[in-house]
Each structure stands twice: as structure tokens, then as C-alpha cells.
Ligand binder design. Structure first.
Ligand SMILES: Nc1ncnc2c1ncn2[C@@H]1O[C@H](COP(=O)(O)OP(=O)(O)OP(=O)(O)O)[C@@H](O)[C@H]1O
Length: 416
């Protein structure tokens, strides 16, 4: 009887939500795609009428060629007052601040009434990274992802986190469950419920956030911490989880956890030494000793990601009347004084405007129909040009993740 009563209430609440969404231009489906402490996330469809009035939504969905969105319904009437007053506004303002990055879930708009707040989000239909790791491990009959796939995903994650940090936002809850994948396998960082403004570069935070297994030791020790450096620790845990299918440190007791952290991670046989080195570089007890994001992106283990992106795209570039002088081999060529020196690697993560970069990419590198595989066209476009000093700056990336010059230096491509 009690259960039946509860079900009736749920049905009534759901119908109210359908009406409230409809009044705001969305058709709410009954497909629940997730739930959080005070929220439920449903698949929904944007109406043509809504798209006419919301250019942010219209331009993004036009690119995706569908009208699906995810609507997160937060029950503010049931949530603690502090959640509605503090955390929810922070989540919304963080999503607004990080808007327009290919690897950060997009917030198209919000609407609210006295009982609920609705967040209309970009849909990431393929579930979260944890599910993906588990499914892949089962399929391969070997725990973890292939290093190549982990590298591709980490590259996108680093780009997303750098975009957040450059926008003054620290995520503070980076974990596999908060990393979603869309229908093209593109990574989308989500759940900014614990995010905060990083404020001054060196200002310290004190709130305990995130999940213990991903939490930096300085937070477990209740010290004041730098949010960006704490995010770097979590990145190390995520990379470890991707390549081993396990968490590096798993203990319920914080003191036991700290003991394991001090000992450092152990690795399965067969994991490449470069990957181990990158994980160790991130899982440094001393926050300042951790690799910075630009060091992660240029780490030996990561370079094939930039390299692969670069080389696969070359196949996709149609012949031009004047062929660019492209250096494909990694010869010993060093930058000379007459070419621009590589600028800060941080440029790699200049806010990469999702729509704009796609648009400019397509207009700069027109493709004849059927000239290149779709995923290549979608995932990477490079605009090459002839340099006066041939063999130095070998290309200019138009990829939304890699808006940078690509330099050939002995043994590596260096992105700047
Ligand atoms: N944009 C999205 N696309 C697809 N699924 C999503 C999206 N946003 C959230 N979800 C799903 O809904 C779940 C809950 O969303 P979210 O983590 O944002 O809520 P939360 O209330 O912050 O959760 P928690 O209490 O776990 O922190 C996610 O784990 C995910 O499975």
C-alpha cells in the first residue's frame, strides 16, 4: 500500500515535470539516464520553437544533427537549503564559465520554480568512463583500456581540465563517474557540483570535496590546498584506473589511505614505463611536485596522441594547388633564430570555442565530398602551410583540442 502510494506520487511529480518542461520548450521523455543525490537526469527533446529562441542550443544541436538533450531536474524543495543556496548556483556558474569546450558538457539553459531547478545539458549518451572501462575490460578479458585508447581519452580530459583552470574553475570532483562519453566517443567532463572559482592563482581552499579514492593527500590531511594541484592528483588516479582497471589506492580509513599514498602506486606487468612515469608524476605527495597540465600534454607517453592526431589528419587533407612542405619524418631539425620560437605551451588550451573552431576549420579546409573518413573529418583538421624555414614549424593544427603550431624537434613533435 505504501509502495503504491509512493508510485502514485512519483507519477504525479513526473507529469508535473513533463508539463514544466513543455512550457519551456522541451519534450521530456520517460527515459531516466541517471540520478544523483538530489537530482534525476532524463532524455528530452528540444522543440523547433525553443531552438528558434535559443541560439546557443540551436547552433550546438545543428552540429550534432539531432534535437536530444539531457535535462537534470534538481528537486530544490527536497534538497538541503545549503545545496540550493551554495552548490547548485556554483554548478550553474561553473558550467556557464566553461561553456563552449568540446570536452566539457554544455549547459544550454536553466529554468526553475519554487520546487525544482532544471538544467538543460548537452547529452552524453554513452554513459560514463567507469562503465566504459568495465565493459572494455570484460570484452578484452584483461583489466583496463589499451594504452592507446587511454592516451586519447586523457588527452581530451587534460584539454577539458585546462580549459576549466584557464576559466578560473577548479572541478574538485574529477573521477571516472563524472567523465561522460557522447555517441561519438568524445569525452565530456560533467558534474560541476563541487566546482569552485580558483580565484587568485595561489589562493588555497579548505573544503573537503570529491570522492576519497580520487582525493589528493593534502585534502585527506585536512590541509589548505590548491584546487588546481588537487585536480592533478585526481587526473593521476583516473589515468591509473584507465590503464589498469583498478584504483591505485583503495582503503576506507583515511590514515590507511595515506599510508598507501606514501608508498606510491604499484603497476601491473606490461604497462609501459612511460605511462608509469606519467602516473607517478601526477601522484606526487607534494602538490607542487606534481606535473603541471602542460607537462602532462608534452610527456613522452602523451606525444603519440598529438602525433597520431597530426598524421591521421594529413590523409584527410585534400590536395592543394601548392603542396605544403610537410616534414613527416622526425629528423634532427632544430628551430633556428629566424623562425618564431615556440610560445607558451599553455596556448594549447586557450579557450577553444566549440562552434567557432568547427566553423573556422571547415571553412579553412574544405573537403570534397567523400574525401576523408568521417571520423577523421570530425575529430581532427589541420591546416598546413609552407614555412620560410622549411622543416621547422611543420603545421598548424585546426583541431579544437589542439589549436597550436606543431614543431618538429629531434625525436618529437612539440606543440606550442
Ligand atoms: N549530460 C548528461 N548526459 C548524459 N547523462 C548524464 C548527463 N549528466 C548527468 N548524467 C547522468 O546522470 C547522473 C547524475 O548526474 P550528476 O552527476 O550531474 O548529478 P549529481 O546530482 O551531481 O550526482 P552526484 O550526487 O552523484 O554527484 C550521472 O552519473 C550520469 O550518469
Amino acid at each position: 500500500m505504501k509502495a503504491a502510494g509512493r508510485q502514485k506520487l512519483d507519477q504525479r511529480a513526473f507529469l508535473e515535470q513533463v508539463h514544466e518542461c513543455w512550457d519551456n520548450g522541451y519534450l521530456l521523455s520517460s527515459k531516466k539516464i541517471g540520478s544523483g543525490a538530489f537530482s534525476k537526469v532524463y532524455l528530452a527533446y528540444a522543440t523547433q520553437e525553443r531552438m528558434r529562441h535559443n541560439s546557443k542550443l540551436a547552433s550546438d544541436l545543428r552540429g550534432k544533427r539531432h534535437t536530444m538533450v539531457a535535462i537534470k531536474i534538481v528537486s530544490t524543495a527536497e534538497a538541503p537549503a545549503e545545496f540550493s543556496r551554495k552548490f547548485l548556483p556554483r554548478e550553474i556558474s561553473s558550467l556557464n564559465a566553461t561553456y563552449k569546450h568540446l570536452n566539457v558538457v554544455q549547459l544550454y539553459e536553466t529554468f526553475a520554480n519554487s520546487r525544482r531547478t532544471y538544467l538543460v545539458l548537452e547529452l552524453a549518451a554513452r554513459g560514463d568512463l567507469l562503465e566504459h572501462i568495465n565493459a572494455t575490460s570484460a570484452h578484452r578479458r584483461c583489466p583496463g583500456l589499451e594504452e592507446e585508447e587511454a592516451r586519447r581519452l586523457l588527452w581530451q580530459l587534460v584539454s577539458a581540465v585546462a580549459h576549466c583552470h584557464n576559466s578560473g574553475i577548479v572541478h574538485r570532483d574529477l573521477k571516472c563517474e563524472n567523465i561522460l562519453l557522447d555517441d561519438r566517443g568524445c569525452l565530456k567532463l560533467s558534474d560541476f557540483g563541487f566546482a569552485n572559482r580558483s580565484g587568485l592563482k595561489n589562493s588555497l581552499l579548505s573544503t573537503f570535496c570529491g570522492s576519497v579514492a580520487y582525493t589528493a593527500p593534502e585534502i585527506l590531511m585536512s590541509k589548505k590546498y590548491n584546487g588546481e594541484q588537487a585536480d592533478l592528483w585526481s587526473l593521476g588516479v583516473i589515468l591509473y584506473a584507465m590503464v589498469t582497471g583498478k584504483l591505485p589506492f583503495k582503503e576506507c580509513q583515511p590514515h590507511r589511505m595515506l599510508y598507501l599514498m606514501r608508498r606510491g602506486p604499484t603497476f601491473r606487468p606490461g604497462l609501459s614505463p612511460e605511462c608509469q612515469d606519467l602516473i607517478r608524476g601526477l601522484l606526487q605527495l607534494r602538490p607542487r611536485a606534481r606535473l603541471a597540465l602542460q607537462q602532462v600534454a608534452t610527456h613522452h607517453w602523451m606525444l603519440p596522441a598529438a602525433h597520431a592526431l597530426f598524421c591521421t589528419t594529413l590523409c584527410a587533407i585534400p590536395e592543394k594547388p601548392e603542396k605544403p612542405q610537410l616534414q613527416t619524418s622526425l629528423d634532427n631539425v632544430e628551430p633556428s633564430a629566424d623562425s618564431d620560437p615556440p610560445r607558451s605551451l599553455l596556448q594549447l588550451w586557450r579557450p577553444q570555442l566549440q562552434g567557432t573552431s568547427h566553423e573556422s576549420a571547415s571553412s579553412l579546409t574544405p573537403e570534397p565530398p567523400g574525401a576523408c573518413p568521417r571520423q577523421v573529418a570530425d575529430s581532427a583538421r589541420l591546416q598546413l602551410w609552407r614555412t620560410e624555414t622549411a622543416g621547422r614549424r611543420v603545421g598548424r593544427s585546426r583541431h579544437p583540442l589542439l589549436l597550436c603550431s606543431i614543431w618538429s624537434v629531434p625525436g618529437h613533435y612539440l606543440v606550442s
